[in-house]
Design a protein around this ligand. Sequence first.
Ligand SMILES: [Zn+2]
Length: 141
Amino acid sequence: MNPAAAEVRSSIRTVLASWAGLVSDERRLQPPSREIPTLARFLGRHIQWLTRHPAAGDMAEEIRDLARNARNLAYPNSVRRVPVGSCPESDCAGELFAHIRAHDDLHPSEIICTLSPCHSWPVTCWARLARQIHIRKGERA
Ligand SMILES: [Zn+2]
């Protein structure tokens, strides 16, 4: 395993063990072993309780950062292609895909139609696009 991956893995174990420790302390439970899948399952079982905990925001932020670091390490400079739905432009039968790029990528993330390159939306327009897709879905139903 490369050193950066080992470091991320170690951070994941430390952070999950820390939150599992909080759960087991405050709920007076036996703490789980420090295996990452075991820690994740333990936290998953207590997620309802955790979401009501005052530190829930901190936990979400820490885990989001870990996930981002792990993803960036596993897929450096890659573009993730995520299906979004049908193109909302009139008379277009294309499908939309979000091309998600890393923050340091030279190109911005955007949503692009499979049929027309003119049907594209930068990140700043995604909320408006979501409304358009929602409205178009309603018209088709
Ligand atoms: Zn289109």
